[in-house]
Design a protein around this ligand. Sequence first.
Ligand SMILES: Cc1ncc(COP(=O)(O)O)c(C=O)c1O
Length: 410
Amino acid sequence: MPLTQSREIAAATRLENVRYAIRDLACVADEVIQQGHKVLPLNVGDPLNFDFQTPPHIIEAVHKAMRNGKNGYAPSPGIPEALEAIRGEAARKGITTVRDVFVTSGVSETVDLCLTALLNDGEDLLTPSPDYPLYSAVLCKLGIVLNAYDLAENDGWQPERADIERKITPRTRGIVLINPNNPTGSLCTRQMLEQVAELARRHNLVVFSDEIYDKLILDFDSQGNDTAHIAFASVAPDVPCVTFGGMSKNYLVPGWRIGWGIVSGDAAAVKTYTEGVHRLLRARLCANHPEQYAIKAALEGPQGHLVEVKRKLRSRRDLTQKWCEATPRVSCVAPRGAFYAYPKIDIPESDEVFVKELIRQKHVMVVHGSGFGQKPGTQHFRIVFLPDEQTLTKAYTGIAEFIRERYDTR
Ligand SMILES: Cc1ncc(COP(=O)(O)O)c(C=O)c1O
């Protein structure tokens, strides 16, 4: 008789705190869709779900690579022409002390590899609260206890220096900055970056600077030029830093899974750590191969699509901000980059209940603040303002009605 497996296979207990609220809400949306309704998705940061198109010359570069037989494994750190293009990009960002660059399957993999290569059991990493949930997911996977520092809503969501300093312990190895930020849309000021650099020098910390949205800055002149984004590594060339960048958002190809890391700082300080990263890069073979041929085409080719993307995003940001200002119980720090707004809501129940009921009653999907982390006693929700103005207006009308009906009619 064949043996049958009768006992349940338990998942590792360290996964218990792994949450990804952005996708976890999908079950509630499915309920609503099964009842025959269309859901307005203001929850996932994928521009390709809306009226944004991948620049054709980037698609052509990958197509050509596939036709030319670039379909085998690539070198583990990435193909040489992509690495050279990323070095060029680092120079344009003002990073003068580049020690290494490598290509990964999305910034998601850069995050996973770089955190894994740094942290031993019992050590910790400072991550922002609110944060992009991948960081806490990777830390949970590694069995690392979370050590979150606050972003100050009353200071344009800048990292709270005093809170960072309070939370640094002898076991703290590094600090994560997300700039421009997901979920708040804020940009770090130069002064803040200098303060973080000072703390990193004093406490021997590595800085992970996630700059995946660095070309999506919403304050720009008529030619589309902006000066608002400042790369951490350009402010602190001596501090050990890995700058995370990628193709998903700036070049509108999230499905291609292409990201990279730029290691900078004092050469002797980063050497051993970089070798550790390369061990992991080799162990996972390589990032997607033909898609790497788009990196040079993207970084060195025409940037015209960005003018159009930023124009659309700025107008949608302005619409979002006006709505937040005009809606009772809602207030919001104006986003300055990326395509997220993170309004505060003043309601007598949790933001998770708010978000789930909003999907059920008005078929609008946003993500609850508790899915990103927030100060106790506050409630927020994250809006992705990628849809066109008409769709956003419809969604905002629904949310305003929901707030009025649920909290303000007695
Ligand atoms: C701040 C931040 N970092 C990293 C990622 C993951 O990017 P990728 O598609 O390159 O894995 C995202 C995706 O939304 C993000 O918002």
